[in-house]
Design a protein around this ligand. Sequence first.
Ligand SMILES: [Zn+2]
Length: 169
Amino acid sequence: MKIEYEDTFVKVAGLIGGQDYVRVARALLNNENATDEEIASATGLKIKTVRKALYYLFGRSLITGVRVRDPKRGWFVYRWKAQRDQTDGFIQTQRKKVLNRLKQRLDYEETHEFYHCGTPTCQTRTFEDAMESFFKCPTCSKPLNRLNNAELKSALKWKVGQLEEELAK
Ligand SMILES: [Zn+2]
């Protein structure tokens, strides 16, 4: 069995922009200080697509760009380089963002009661909304019953714990 090793830098690029970004990231690792055009010809992607990916990665400090004069043609070009030491920091920041969102959601689930009529196409309602409609679904008129969100809460708690552990490493 062959286990394919993929660089973290390439993985992160893939998470951000999908398959095109993966190709750009691999090209950057294979050819340090490559220009837009060199990356385009190495990947077979359109120059516009390559530039979009490069600017996006540059904007997140995942690559650096140095402006140099092209000796043959006289005009300026950028030479790009992967900043692999920035990848871990980027991943940590993303994890923190996800963790905060999950904590907010958990807090919301813990401080609210939810009601539902049982019709799959109908909305879940908060206690306040359910009370306003006298615990009768405004859409289908069936009675609104309290939803048990214990399973969701424990799943959220588990994920929060897991992320906190990863961040503490
Ligand atoms: Zn309903």
